[in-house]
Design a binder for this molecule. Structure first.
Ligand code: SF4
Length: 305
């Protein structure tokens, strides 16, 4: 399998080139029920290892043939931070990437390790998965290796945030009947209020999962989004369509809705009918609503007047 994949056009990050740090076989310390790859025995270390020079050569070639890349995304068939030469690789990437941004997608399992924090701090954006705030949920959904515990992950994320200068993004994937309940959301909310990440992306299963589990609906995702504190930038990220008809909001309702939770452009396209979008534009022209970019996504926010 190839080390480089894409480019992929991502609404959130622009034109992204993927870099697979485990291209030959799945190597992961989690066995998430929702994994898009086949379920596999968890491992704490990589045994199939690609050399740093091979990865850098592939990146150089790909950047030479795709001149318009916005971001290099480090990921893996499994967990990218299990790559044993991550620090050296990131140093090498930073030397050759020019103005291209860097991002890693990690399951957060190793974020409590100082050497991983040191390596990830050299990236522009770090996206950490955190599906559960309670141990019971974590064990049921993410099924981590025995060497990993949720409390160390949470502690590690908080420590990392203290010295990371880039965009810290959190991803929560909701699965029907497992973490889609108010108790779990309230605990996640409590943790996120301490963390104050740049943005929180919430989603559900969009591709066939490794095990027999079910997604939640767009409407339920929207309901759950309202249970988080409004100071958190919650973005709904799913391919699940809104099953209901779009809403017709008056200007007052738009202001009320946005004061409960800032909405992204995607939310607005999903929830608002044409007349509501026209009213939203009028509110913008009247200076009652502003836009703010959070980790590459535009949020509509009610202005404090
Ligand atoms: S962390 Fe990612 S790769 Fe590993 S099992 Fe979970 S979803 Fe799959």
């Amino acid at each position: 399998m190839g080390i480089i994949f894409g480019p992929i056009n991502s609404r959130r990050f622009g034109k992204s080139l993927g870099v697979d740090l485990s291209p030959n076989v799945k190597q992961c310390n989690f066995d998430c029920l929702y994994c898009e790859l086949k379920g596999a025995k968890v491992v704490d270390n990589q045994s199939s290892i690609v050399s740093v020079s091979e990865i850098l050569d592939e990146i150089k070639k790909a950047l030479a043939s795709h001149k318009d890349i916005d971001v290099l995304t480090l990921t893996a068939n499994g967990e990218p931070t299990l790559y044993p030469y991550l620090n050296e690789l990131i140093d090498g990437i930073n030397k050759i990437k020019g103005s291209v941004k860097t991002l890693i997608l990690t399951n957060s399992s190793t974020i409590n390790k100082p050497e991983i924090q040191k390596a990830l701090a050299k990236l522009d954006s770090v996206k950490l998965s955190l599906d559960c705030a309670t141990d019971r949920c974590f064990k049921k959904l993410d099924r981590a290796s025995k060497s990993i515990d949720l409390e160390s992950i949470k502690k590690g994320i908080l420590e990392f945030k203290k010295h990371f200068m880039g965009d810290l993004l959190i991803e929560i994937l909701f699965v029907k009947g497992i973490n889609d309940n108010s108790e779990e959301v309230s605990k996640l909310n409590e943790f996120l209020l301490k963390l104050k990440p740049t943005r929180v992306d919430i989603g559900t299963i969009d591709r066939p999962p490794a095990y027999d589990i079910k997604p939640i609906s767009y409407d339920r995702l929207h309901e759950l989004s309202l249970e988080f504190d409004k100071s958190l930038n919650i973005a709904i990220a799913t391919k699940q369509p809104n099953q209901k008809a779009k809403f017709d909001y008056s200007k007052e309702e738009i202001l009320k809705t946005l004061s409960l939770r800032p909405l992204t452009k995607e939310d607005i396209d999903t929830l608002f009918n044409e007349a509501s979008i026209k009213r939203l534009k009028e509110l913008e022209a009247e200076g009652k609503i502003k836009h703010e970019l959070k980790g590459g996504i535009e949020f509509y926010i009610v202005k404090d007047i």
